[in-house]
Design a protein around this ligand. Structure first.
Ligand code: MG
Length: 228
């Protein structure tokens, strides 16, 4: 049994929202419009290779960020995924706009009902995401997420999860003590270990149940029984 928190903070991507179409499919389609001849498999592989650099534990000391920093990072991703595109900045601008649209994201099936149940039981809900300012429009554009008024976004905080500074900013935004917040997310380093190290409680969401444990949920719905 998890102690009842005052707040539950959800990670966004992979926890409440997934890109639909998938990132490789969206990248591939945009790449084609800008003259790329890569197939979707090569795009997927290239994206995974570049993205791994961001989650490389050796680089996790580079957690300071900003809107500019995030844009530069995604421009680099596009450049590296599409070496055959003449104007990668134009392609990046297209992809940036695509992923800013609420309809580029699907709400996970277990998200809306869980958020509603938590709120009805008097628990407050926040979004806590490594993302940029686009997350506000995405959050406001999904009926199931609209009721979440506190959105803490790394580019605005200046620090990415798992940095302690990110979690301090989350507590400040919630006007809560760190230990009054339960963080729920799909990334062990960022959402679980980082949150615990900062003094929050934390649960992982692992819908494929790859390594079941007491700290893992296989559906967000389980959260309601555990704490609400
Ligand atoms: Mg995530």
């Amino acid at each position: 049994m998890t102690t009842r928190p005052r707040w539950v903070a959800f990670d966004a991507v992979g926890t409440l929202l997934v890109p639909e179409p998938s990132v490789p499919v969206a990248y591939h389609a945009a790449g084609q419009r800008h003259g790329s001849r890569l197939d979707v498999g090569a795009v997927a592989e290239g994206f995974a290779r570049v993205y791994r650099q961001r989650t490389n534990p050796k680089l996790l000391d580079r957690l300071q960020t900003s809107e500019d920093n995030e844009r530069i990072w995604w421009q680099r991703v596009v450049r590296e995924v599409f070496p055959d595109v003449a104007d990668p900045l134009a392609l990046h601008a297209d992809l940036h706009d695509h992923f800013a649209r609420p309809d580029a994201w699907r709400l996970c099936d277990d998200a809306a009902a869980t958020i509603q149940s938590l709120q009805m039981s008097g628990i407050q809900v926040a979004l806590a995401s490594n993302f940029d300012a686009r997350l506000h429009a995405i959050g406001a554009g999904h009926p199931g997420l609209k009721s979440i008024e506190v959105r803490v976004v790394s580019s605005e905080v200046g620090w990415r999860k798992p940095a302690r500074e990110f979690y301090t900013a989350l507590a400040l935004a919630c006007r809560a003590r760190l230990e009054e917040i339960l963080m729920v997310g799909d990334d062990r380093d960022c959402d679980f270990d980082g949150a615990k190290a900062a003094g929050l409680s934390a649960l992982l969401i692992d819908r494929r149940a790859t390594s079941p444990s007491e700290d893992c949920l296989t559906s967000l719905i389980e959260l309601v029984d555990r704490i609400a």
